[in-house]
Design a protein around this ligand. Structure first.
Ligand SMILES: [Zn+2]
Length: 353
């Protein structure tokens, strides 16, 4: 399994650099809206810090906003996936080539290195971050403001011929070639930067006493300073910004308990005292990235309209289904229990069965 950071993690193109610079400018200006210094530092370290790398680094690298909005998820597979990379990375892997990408010619394996052939030229796994198709993806997304190039795609059928060789690869070889992102997680730089701004506004309003209208104004100013024209989707979301501030599933504010139900404290479990305590990411009320429509390869869904923060409990309850499917499921569960309510041992609590 690829266990290390993605190849070229520290290498950025001018295009990558431009977008990370805008993200950092948004972060800095928004941090300035927080009155108390200790709160400002907390937001910077935990959320808004931007690392000028492809993968937001590990440990004290980029904050949660960069990891969630701009980067793909961390993963370690026996596959050439990056262990986190920029979402607008120009090489994706898919079951079938999506219509918003351009299929490469073929894959070649030379010793312990993967090469991707495009227009009869070979690009090694360490070079693919520089690829450019010169075809804006905005054309297919129906938005001329989106100028990011379409990415290249290496679909399943091109990998099949190498399966026997790749099956024997070691962890080291996979790490040295972890250079592509899953198509489902791809998003053009414009959408990523807008998601970064919107998620930041959500957190500031919920946890740092900064009204969303104030934060929104600041974001628009930064866009203007960088001569950036927001996409159609971003403008639509601004018109219904209140929807962003609540959990997409239970509709409670993010600083409230899931579904506003008061949860009792859970009993303590053993934690090795010689290890530093991780943030309470496992708690049901902790905040997680939420895609209102599950990510799929055929359509770009990491977009300003479909990407939110929500409670961990609610995100887990969605089980990678659409909001409608999740609600239908929950309704059916409640209905099934209502039929046998009389036999419930403790009717006063919603959480004991
Ligand atoms: Zn919720």
């Amino acid at each position: 399994m690829a266990k290390g950071r993605t190849v070229s993690a520290g290498r950025l193109t001018d295009f990558d650099h431009k977008w990370l610079t805008i993200a950092e400018a948004i972060a800095r200006k928004l941090e300035g809206l927080i009155q108390k210094q200790d709160e400002r530092i907390k937001f910077h370290v935990g959320w808004s810090k931007v690392s000028f790398t492809r993968d937001a680094e590990t440990g004290k690298g980029g904050g949660k906003l960069q990891r969630d909005a701009l980067c793909t998820r961390g993963r370690t597979d026996k596959a050439p996936f990056s262990n986190r990379n920029l979402r607008w990375h120009p090489l994706v892997i898919a079951h079938e080539t999506p219509d918003w990408s351009i299929q490469i010619q073929r894959i070649e394996i030379d010793g312990s290195r993967i090469y991707f052939v495009i227009d009869n030229k070979r690009y090694s796994s360490t070079e693919v971050h520089t690829l450019r198709s010169y075809q804006p993806i905005g054309d297919i997304l129906g938005d001329p403001h989106i100028t990011t190039d379409k990415p290249f795609c290496a679909p399943l059928e091109l990998w099949k011929v190498h399966a026997n060789v790749l099956q024997r690869w070691s962890d080291r070889e996979w790490t040295d070639n972890s250079c592509a992102i899953p198509a489902a997680e791809y998003s053009p730089a414009e959408y990523c930067i807008e998601v970064f701004a919107l998620l930041a506004i959500t957190i500031l309003d919920n946890f740092y006493n900064v009204p969303c209208e104030t934060a929104m104004q600041v974001v628009l100013e930064v866009f203007k300073e960088h001569k950036y024209e927001p996409t159609h989707q971003f403008n639509e979301v601004l018109n219904s910004i209140d929807d962003m501030l609540v959990c997409p599933l239970c509709k409670a504010k993010l600083n409230d308990q899931p579904a506003r139900i008061q949860l009792g404290d859970r009993p303590q479990v053993f934690q090795p005292p010689w290890r530093s305590q991780k943030r309470e990411e496992g708690a049901p009320e902790s905040i997680q990235l939420f895609h209102v429509e599950p990510l799929i390869e055929t359509e770009i869904r990491h977009t300003p309209k479909l990407t939110r923060y929500g409670h961990r409990w609610c995100n887990v309850a969605m089980a990678d289904r659409s909001l409608k499917e999740a609600l239908d499921f929950m309704e059916a569960v409640v209905r099934a229990h209502q039929g046998s309510k009389a036999s419930m041992p403790n009717k006063s609590s919603n959480f004991q069965t």
